[in-house]
Design a protein around this ligand. Structure first.
Ligand code: M6R
Length: 604
């Protein structure tokens, strides 16, 4: 959601904060701001919109000498994206940045004195802090105690950084349900809500746990746990090379990430395929055999990967599979199979709903597995076991290569499980492995196809909606195709199981309803053909993604013929991604930072 950075040291801080926020801008780009505490005085800059506006606002301003500084890039939850609602929020002598949601902010507003200048939940933190500080008896730890008392009064999720003119050179910090890391480097102390801004600057980071809080200064870090006991900072190495992604000649990160998918497939398969089988060294020997079922839980694109995985797991491993949307699962009082495996799927590893679902399953005593792209993320640290997705940093808000990696990981899991359980015969297993080796070829971009989609896209910039339809494995892909299109084009799109159209949605069919039909040759071709015929008879405009000539299609996007449905799946996936990209570009949208969205959803 929002991005947070902080710095304590003697280097010029504006540049450090703005560079850090640039790394985190994909997490939210409604507004941004920084506060610089120098010689006991705070200077603040804020601006609405993308980070460049803040850079412009800061202009030539530079710090010189010791500074404690905080910064924020916002994805609006409470209050519109205005300058008044931009972080940092301050009162008389303090400023705060926050990621998360303070659920009881209304109650606090009524409780603490003073005028509120924003509509945000965050502003109550600084009001509360200053009011509690005013009540504290003087003493060395008065500010620390007031900060702790502030945290005690907050309900919800937060990562917080606070600076106050009463304690120059210090940054107060806390984490509860939102990621926060800090690191001691040669040039000072750095903070961030994901480690990306610190990579290349620091060797090691301290990944705070929920309930951790404290204060940092040039002299060191005082870290406390939930019970206010001193906590030992646990450090983990940061990658030596910068992960800062570059567009490398592509128009958008999303486009580059679509083109990277063949390399991602190679990476995820490295060391995992043998002549006849799948190795998953992350999972202990004999571990999978104990489970009688699997529950897959995720949000958004990761949920679509989970749905795909359920088909594969039931078919190849003969394990009962159920799929849950994390935000629904949390409050449903779910009854879980006590001998089942609970799997969460997340690109970021920080999605609040998925993280909470994971904790809920673990609290019921289930073994948990995370399929995740970010090592050391909250979800990875909380799960019993993890299979890392190896997709590399994904910057485009619309997930593409992470989806590929998630589906590949689930397919590997299904084949591996089927083999260790003894339900997948050698021939079938061999065919799966052979198909996996060919996915790279299926996702590699063919210039002919990209060019065709570019030309075709100009016909589909209007209309009253898109229906992506598919059956079996291609139903989750239809959902994913529709999600990609709506996220970046802002056109209305739905994914539907093709067989369901006649149970209601077909009422919408007319020439301005664009049906994107996923028509694989290898799975239920005749069935989906009939479903498309029904739509065509009602005059819907048909765009068929298929291997064959299909006389009822208004447009055909031809894919190569394969003998394995997953190869058709992956080639069609690329078509859907590129179609969404080309439509969105023609509509003049910012593909990497679409309106109203953020890369990692750390609020529920
Ligand atoms: O980081 P996660 O995989 O947990 O994120 C889940 C969803 O928020 C994410 O997939 C979202 O739907 C993307 N914007 C899809 O493109």
């Amino acid at each position: 959601m929002c991005g947070i950075v902080g710095y304590i040291g003697e280097q010029e801080a504006c540049g450090i904060l703005l560079n850090g926020l640039r790394e985190l801008e994909y997490r939210g780009y409604d507004s941004a701001g920084i506060a610089l505490l120098e010689e006991g005085r705070i200077t603040r800059f804020r601006a609405v919109g993308k980070l460049d506006n803040l850079v412009h606002r800061v202009g030539e301003y530079q710090t010189s000498g010791p500074v404690a500084a905080i910064g924020h890039t916002r994805w609006a939850t409470h209050g519109k994206p205005t300058e008044a609602n931009a972080h940092p929020h301050g009162l008389t002598h303090s400023q705060v940045v926050h990621n998360g949601i303070i659920e009881n902010y209304q109650a606090i507003r009524e409780q603490v004195p003073g005028d509120f200048l924003s509509q945000t939940d965050t502003e109550v933190i600084v009001h509360l802090f200053e009011s509690l500080l005013a009540e504290q008896p003087d003493g060395e730890d008065a500010v620390l105690k007031a900060f702790r008392a502030t945290l005690n009064a907050l309900h919800g999720a937060y990562a917080i950084l606070l600076v106050t003119e009463t304690r120059p050179g210090e940054v107060f910090f806390a984490r509860q349900g939102s990621p926060l890391q800090l690191a001691q480097a040669a040039d000072g102390v750095h903070f961030a809500s994901s480690d990306a801004p610190m990579v290349g600057v620091c060797d090691q980071a301290v990944y705070l746990e929920d309930g951790h809080w404290g204060v940092a200064s040039a002299e060191g870090i005082r870290l406390f746990d939930e019970q206010d006991q001193p906590a030992e900072p646990i450090t983990a190495p940061l990658l030596a090379t910068s992960t800062a992604a570059q567009k490398e000649g592509f128009r958008y990160f999303m486009e580059k990430e679509i083109y990277e998918q063949d390399a991602v497939v190679s990476d995820i398969l490295t060391g995992r395929l043998t002549e006849t089988g799948v190795r998953l060294d992350e999972l202990p020997d004999g571990w999978l055999e104990q489970f009688t079922s699997i529950t897959l839980c995720a949000c958004g694109t990761s949920y679509h990967a989970a749905l795909t995985g359920a088909y594969l797991l039931e078919r190849l491993a003969k394990v009962p599979a159920r799929v849950e949307i994390a935000s629904e699962f949390r409050y449903r009082e779910p009854v879980l199979d006590p001998t089942g495996l609970f799997v969460v799927i997340s690109q970021s590893g920080e999605t609040a709903d998925t993280f909470e679902a994971l904790k809920l399953a673990a609290a019921q005593g289930l073994d948990t597995l995370a399929l995740c792209n970010v090592d050391n993320s909250s979800i990875v640290r909380a799960a019993s076991h993890t299979v890392l997705l190896r997709a590399g940093i994904e910057k485009g808000v619309a997930s593409t290569k992470a989806f590929t990696a998630q589906v590949m990981a689930l397919w590997l899991l299904a084949v591996h499980w089927g083999q260790v359980k003894g339900v997948l015969d050698a021939d079938t297993g061999g065919r799966e492995i052979e198909a996996m080796r060919r996915v790279r070829e299926a996702v590699a971009i063919q210039p002919r196809v990209h060019d065709r989609l570019h030309r075709l896209s100009k016909r589909y910039l209007h209309g009253h909606g898109f229906f992506f339809i598919g059956r079996d494995l291609f139903y989750p892909l239809a959902l994913e195709g529709a999600l990609k299109l709506k996220e970046i084009s802002y056109l209305h799109a739905e994914g539907y199981p093709a067989g369901e159209m006649k149970h209601g949605p077909i009422a919408l069919a007319d020439a301005e309803l664009f049906t994107i039909a996923l028509m694989p040759r290898s799975r239920l071709y005749d069935k989906i053909k009939s479903n498309v015929e029904e739509l065509s008879a009602r005059d819907s405009t048909i765009i068929a993604i298929t291997t064959e000539y299909f006389e009822l299609a208004d447009d055909i996007i031809q894919i190569r013929a394969y003998d394995h449905p997953m190869l058709e799946f992956f080639e069609m996936m690329v078509v859907c991604q590129l179609l969404a990209l080309e439509i969105a570009i023609r509509l003049g949208n910012d593909v990497d930072m679409p309106r109203n969205l953020a890369k990692s959803v750390t609020v529920e």
